[in-house]
Design a protein around this ligand. Structure first.
Ligand SMILES: CC(=O)SCCNC(=O)CCNC(=O)[C@H](O)C(C)(C)COP(=O)(O)OP(=O)(O)OC[C@H]1O[C@@H](n2cnc3c(N)ncnc32)[C@H](O)[C@@H]1OP(=O)(O)O
Ligand SMILES: O=C([O-])CC(=O)C(=O)O
Length: 373
């Protein structure tokens, strides 16, 4: 059954055209440039998917090697950016660090002309994992990390710069899948933010900085962190059941469930749930996974609400030793591909985005002199 797409929040309104992805289209779940996201997550590295989303086709081996080599060569952080990162306190939210870091990069390496959009995007893709982990390690461990690691991929680079060592094969694989799942999603709130900004013919760093701000909220990307806070407060599946029932009775929102477009399931959930189960087995402790499975069952039984992409990401990331507050920045490192591709698409066929409002304010009136108010 299709979800009723009407009402507030521009739901169901076509706000532009895209050749990048389909979301919730009858029978096809989620596709990037015609490929099923499950097919991509099972068979590709993240860089192949980034290439696909940004350039239109999957790369051949030589193209992939060249693209990965290019990204690897662009990881160094400029000294003034490091200095800014070092001044941001440990108490800051890492999404605010991403926003500031992206904006600072735009000051240092400004996109002067749209012909630079692909290089500017690749530079952000290459630099963002090291950027957030430079700040994290400096502010939390008093350590200035080396961001030019031997990592062969963005997945490896994120975990390597976070933990200071080459990650295991399993963890690298999970990160590839996770980054692929998060890469693109049509006109979601953060992407729409990027497109609105692009439609004014602004620079790409402004578009991405704005998108990061939109993704930060708990109704969007921030839900993976909120889901972690929920499940870590539950002792076991029985406790999860009781706590959820209480929350539902109090009409509280359960983060990581529901979706603006999908009606019965989010196709990304099965993929990340599968990886979470494997990580639980590797860890020898399936508690978080078991709790998550019970939450999924209770929410479906009680409300016909299903896990979105964020819910099982919480346990998966936790099993890989990723601090909760770094969950949404990983989403940024991935969704940057979708945002940038949408900026490019908007620029290629642009008209400034400027909808109208239904006025519900005061009738026409004239100013009473201040002495008489
Ligand atoms: C990667 C991503 O960004 S995925 C989304 C991540 N966000 C979350 O997980 C936050 C929790 N979920 C939500 O807030 C919502 O489901 C959204 C924001 C994702 C979608 O919002 P909408 O399209 O407005 O939701 P929808 O119209 O389906 O809501 C229908 C009803 O279900 C309720 N509902 C929807 N999601 C939830 C939830 N997670 N917990 C409890 N109730 C919910 C709504 O409150 C609404 O109830 P009402 O009719 O009594 O007002
Ligand atoms: O499409 C949406 O509204 C939110 C979402 O799942 C995403 O951006 O990945």
């Amino acid at each position: 059954m299709a979800k009723q797409l009407s009402g507030a929040g521009l739901r169901g309104q076509v706000a532009g055209k895209t050749a990048l992805s389909t979301v919730g289209k009858e029978g096809s779940g989620l596709t990037y440039r015609g490929y099923d996201v499950k097919d991509l997550a099972a068979n590709c590295e993240f860089e192949e998917v980034a290439y696909l989303v940004l350039k239109g086709n999957l790369p051949n081996q030589a193209e992939l090697d060249a693209y990965k080599a290019k990204l690897k060569s662009m990881r160094a952080l400029p000294q003034p950016l490091k200095e800014v990162l070092e001044r941001i306190p440990a108490s800051a939210h890492p999404m605010d660090v991403m926003r500031t870091g992206c904006s600072m990069l735009g000051n240092l390496e400004t996109e002067n002309d749209f012909s630079e959009q692909q290089d500017a995007t690749d530079r952000m893709l290459a630099a963002f994992p090291g950027m957030i982990n430079y700040w994290y390690n400096f502010s939390h461990n008093n350590e200035r990390i080396e961001v030019e690691t031997g990592a062969e991929s963005l997945a490896e680079q994120f975990l390597w710069t976070l933990h200071g060592k080459k990650p295991s094969e399993l963890h690298t694989k999970v990160m590839h899948a996770s980054l692929i799942l998060y890469a693109e999603h049509e006109f979601n709130a953060s992407t729409f933010t990027a497109r609105v900004c692009a439609s004014t013919l602004s620079d790409i760093h402004s578009c991405i900085t704005g998108a990061i701000g939109s993704l930060r909220g708990p109704l969007h990307g921030g839900a993976n962190e909120a889901a972690m806070e929920l499940i870590e407060g539950m002792n076991d599946p029985e406790d999860a059941e009781q706590k959820l029932m209480g929350m539902l009775e109090r009409k509280e929102k359960i983060m990581g469930f529901g979706h603006a477009i999908y009606s019965e399931s989010d196709p990304r959930n099965a993929v990340i749930k599968g990886w979470s189960e494997k990580l639980a087995a590797e860890n020898g402790n399936s508690s978080l996974y078991d709790i998550s499975v019970r939450c999924e069952a209770v929410m479906w039984r009680e409300k016909k609400l299903f896990c979105n992409a964020d819910f099982f990401h919480a346990s998966a990331y936790n099993y890989m030793g990723i601090p909760t507050k770094l969950f949404t920045p990983i989403f940024v490192c991935s969704r940057l591909t979708g945002w940038a591709a949408h900026v490019m698409e908007q620029r290629a066929d642009n008209r400034i985005i400027r909808p109208s409002a239904e006025y519900v304010g005061e009738d026409f009136r004239t100013v009473t002199p201040i002495s008489a108010r």
